[in-house]
Design a protein around this ligand. Structure first.
Ligand SMILES: [Zn+2]
Length: 161
């Protein structure tokens, strides 16, 4: 059981790092800054699960409204904090949008990836679930393919530098 959860966590981590590293490499951002933000994105990419397992400690209710909904108050609060933070840091609207988008994206991808399995993700408080397709979260092939996409994105990112 522990191994399955770990694998899923690794999938989220590799994918978050890959997509953010690649996007930042397209923007020709300084490599050190790219790596720092990409490493931060790993943490953001597993944050919905951290809310579940570490903060709410709801082992039986994985993917509840607070942690795994696109309209969760915690997610909305996070978006607001990021927007305020980027408004303080940057003056140009393009920079504010890109910075916010980059830091919000790993969380969105977490929800998208979690929606690809039978239990889906909570959309509304009424526990309505959004399910894309019936793929088990411990499906090793799916985890492998998503990890591979993440690794390919890292390789393309390195080639862009
Ligand atoms: Zn999750």
């Amino acid at each position: 059981m522990e191994k399955i959860i770990l694998m899923k966590k690794i999938t989220h981590e590799i994918f978050s790092f890959g997509i953010i590293f690649y996007l930042l490499s397209l923007l020709k951002i300084n490599l050190l800054l790219n790596l720092l933000i990409s490493l931060l994105s790993i943490w953001i990419g597993i944050f919905p699960d951290i809310i579940d397992f570490k903060i709410l400690k709801t082992k039986d209710l994985h993917r509840n409204f607070l942690s795994h909904s696109p309209i969760s108050p915690i997610f909305i609060l996070y978006i607001l904090v990021i927007l305020i933070f980027s408004l303080i840091l940057f003056s140009e609207i393009n920079q504010i949008i890109v910075f916010s988008f980059i830091l919000i994206l790993p969380w969105i991808f977490h929800l998208v990836l979690d929606s690809f399995n039978p239990s889906g993700i909570t959309i509304l408080f009424s526990k309505k679930k959004f399910k894309n397709v019936n793929i088990s979260y411990d499906d090793s092939k799916v985890n492998f393919i998503i990890c591979l996409i993440g690794i390919i994105l890292i390789i393309f990112g390195v080639l862009n530098i």
